[in-house]
Design a protein around this ligand. Structure first.
Ligand code: BES
Ligand code: MN
Ligand code: ZN
Length: 500
C-alpha cells in the first residue's frame, strides 16, 4: 500500500528516491512548471542542453529521467511534460502525474513537485499518481512491483483544509476507480453474476460506508417479478442473473440521482454469436455496472449530500439450448413487449428492466452507463464516450463533469426517425430491439432505452470505447479496465451537492 502525504517544502531539499517536476514547452525551450523551479535552478545550466540532447521538449506525455549526481538531495530527477503553459489545467496535471509515476515503478519513495498551487491541482496530482500506479497482479505468479511505499505531494497550501479535502477526494476516487478496474479485469469465469453480486456485498461489508444499503435479487425473484429483459439475456448461461441495488439516502440531500449500469459479465453474443476476435475483450461488458457501483461507494464515503439509487442488472450472455433466440418476444419489467432480433444487442434488454425499476424510485435525474455499442466506438474512437438522452442540460453537465475528471465524453443526438423505427418496426411486439439497417447503432440503442425512462430527465453514457484499453497504458490510464465513468459520476454528484 502506498501512502500519500501532502507537504510544504522545497523539492530540491527533500530527500527521496525520485523527485518529479513538470516542464512546459515554450518557444525558448523547456521551462520549469510551478513547483519545479527550485529543482531546475539547483540542477544548473547543464539541464536544458541535456534535455535537448534527450529530445525532451516538455510536450504532454513526454518523460525524461536524469541522474542528479548530487545536484539536489534525490539521486534521480524525473521530468514530465505538461505541454504549453496555456494548456495547463487539472487534466494535464493528472495525466502528467500518471505518466511520471508509471515511469518509476521501482522507487520506494517519490516526491511530486508538480503544479499544486490550488486544490483542484492538488487533487489532480494525487489522483494521477494513484490511477497511474494501478496494476492488476491477481493472476501473476512471482513477485510484482508493488509501487512506491511513500508518495509526497508538495504544495504551498498543504496545511489548508481545502488541500486536505482534495487529497481525501483523490484517494477515494482513485481507490474506487481501482476497484472498478479490478472487477473489469477479472476473468469472466471468476466474475459470474453471482460472484459479482457477492463481491459488491463483501465490499459493502468491509467499507461500511455510512447510510449506504445493498440488496441483491436472485434469478428466481427476478423471474417472479417479471424482469423479462434480465432473465431473457441470462437464460442461456449456467450462471444465473442477479440484480444489485445500492441505496444511499443521506440527510439533507439536495437531489436524488439514479444510476443504472450494464452488467454483462461475459458477452459471447448469444445465438447471434460474435466472431472470435470481437469476443476477446468481452469480460469488460460489465464495466458500466462496475462504474456505477464504485461511484456510489465513493459518493457515500465522501458523504456527499445527494440521494443515490443504483441498480446493476447482472447477466451472462451465453449460447446453449436454453438461450433466447432471434424472434423471441420478451415481456420487460413493467409489461412492455420487445421483439429480439439479435441476441448480441443484449445490453439494452437488461438496461430496460433496470431503467423502469430506477424510475419507480422517482429520481430527479437518471443516468445509465453501459458498454453498449460498437457503433459508438466507430463514431468516437476508444477514448471518448458517447452521451445521449432526453435532456441537453444534463448531457452538457455530464460532458463538463467528465472534463473536470479527465474523462472525455461527447454528445450524440437521438433523432425522431430512429425513435419511429424503434416503435414501428415490429409486427408482433410493442418495440423492436434491434436496428435492421446497419447504421446509427449507438443512436438506435439509446432511442430504445429512451422508451423505458418515462418522463425522467435522463442521460445515457455509452462507454464501449473507453471502458477497456486494448493498447499500452497512457497518462493515468493503464491497459485493460480503465474504470471510466467513476470520476465523471463522482464529479457530477459533487456538483449536484453544491460542493463545487
Ligand atoms: N457489448 C457489446 C458492445 C461493445 C463492443 C462493447 C465493443 C465494447 C467493445 C454489445 O452488447 C454488442 O454486442 N453490441 C452490438 C449491437 C448490435 C448487434 C446491434 C454491436 O455493437 O455490434
Ligand atoms: Mn452484445
Ligand atoms: Zn454487450
Amino acid at each position: 500500500m502506498t501512502s500519500y502525504t501532502l507537504r510544504k517544502g522545497a523539492a530540491e531539499k527533500t530527500r527521496a528516491d525520485v523527485v518529479v517536476v513538470g516542464v512546459h514547452r515554450t518557444p525558448q525551450g523547456p521551462q520549469a512548471a510551478p513547483g519545479g523551479e527550485g529543482v531546475m535552478a539547483a540542477y544548473g545550466r547543464r539541464l536544458v542542453p541535456l534535455l535537448s540532447t534527450l529530445g525532451f521538449s516538455g510536450r504532454l506525455d513526454e518523460v525524461a529521467k536524469v541522474p542528479t549526481g548530487g545536484a539536489i538531495r534525490s539521486p534521480l530527477l524525473v521530468l514530465v511534460g505538461l505541454g504549453e503553459q496555456r494548456e495547463l489545467d487539472p487534466s494535464a496535471v493528472r495525466r502528467a502525474a500518471g505518466v511520471a509515476i508509471r515511469s518509476v515503478d521501482n522507487a520506494a519513495s517519490v516526491v511530486l513537485a508538480l503544479p499544486a498551487t490550488d486544490d483542484r491541482q492538488v487533487r489532480a496530482v494525487v489522483e494521477g499518481a494513484i490511477l497511474g500506479s494501478y496494476a492488476f497482479a491477481t493472476y501473476k505468479s512471482g513477485s510484482t512491483p508493488a509501487g512506491p511505499g511513500e508518495v509526497v505531494v508538495l504544495s504551498d497550501g498543504a496545511r489548508g483544509a481545502g488541500a486536505r479535502r482534495a487529497l481525501e477526494v483523490a484517494r477515494v476516487v482513485g481507490e474506487m476507480t481501482a476497484l472498478a478496474r479490478d472487477w473489469v479485469n477479472t476473468p469472466a469465469a471468476d466474475l459470474t453474476p453471482e460472484i459479482f453480486a457477492d463481491a459488491v456485498v463483501a465490499e459493502h461489508r468491509t467499507r461500511k460506508p455510512g447510510k449506504l444499503k445493498v440488496a441483491v435479487t436472485d434469478d428466481a425473484a427476478l423471474r417472479a417479478q417479471g424482469f423479462g429483459g434480465i432473465v431473457g439475456v441470462g437464460q442461456g448461461s449456467a450462471h444465473p442473473p442477479r440484480l444489485v441495488r445500492l441505496t444511499y439516502a443521506p440527510k439533507g440531500a439536495a437531489t436524488h440521482l439514479a444510476l443504472v449500469g450494464k452488467g454483462i459479465t461475459f458477452d459471447s453474443g448469444g445465438l447471434s454469436i460474435k466472431t472470435a476476435g470481437a469476443m476477446t475483450t468481452m469480460k469488460c461488458d460489465m464495466a458500466g455496472a462496475a462504474a456505477v457501483v464504485a461511484a456510489t461507494f465513493a459518493i457515500a464515503e465522501l458523504g456527499l449530500p445527494v440521494q443515490v439509487t443504483t441498480l446493476a442488472p447482472l447477466a451472462e450472455n451465453m449460447v446453449s439450448g436454453e438461450a433466447s433466440r432471434p424472434g423471441d418476444v420478451l415481456t420487460m419489467y413493467g409489461g412492455r413487449t420487445v421483439e429480439v432480433l439479435n441476441t448480441d444487442a443484449e445490453g439494452r434488454l437488461v438496461l430496460a428492466d433496470g431503467l423502469v425499476l430506477a424510475g419507480e424510485a422517482e429520481p430527479d435525474l437518471l443516468i445509465d452507463v453501459a458498454t453498449l455499442t460498437g457503433a459508438c466506438v466507430t463514431a468516437l474512437g476508444d477514448r471518448v464516450a458517447g452521451v445521449l438522452g432526453n435532456d441537453d442540460d444534463l448531457a452538457a453537465r455530464a460532458v463538463a463533469a467528465g472534463e473536470r475528471a479527465g474523462e472525455a465524453l461527447w454528445q450524440l443526438p437521438i433523432t425522431p426517425e430512429i425513435v419511429d423505427k424503434v416503435r414501428n418496426s415490429s409486427t408482433v411486439a410493442d418495440l423492436m430491439q434491434h436496428n435492421v439497417d446497419g447504421v446509427g447503432g449507438a443512436i438506435y440503442a439509446a432511442a430504445f432505452l429512451q422508451e423505458f425512462v418515462g418522463t425522467h430527465r435522463w442521460a445515457h453514457l455509452d462507454i464501449a470505447g473507453p471502458a477497456f484499453n486494448t493498447r499500452a497504458g497512457y497518462g493515468h490510464v493503464p491497459s485493460g479496465g480503465t474504470g471510466f465513468g467513476v470520476g465523471t459520476l463522482v464529479e457530477l454528484a459533487t456538483e449536484l451537492a453544491g460542493r463545487r
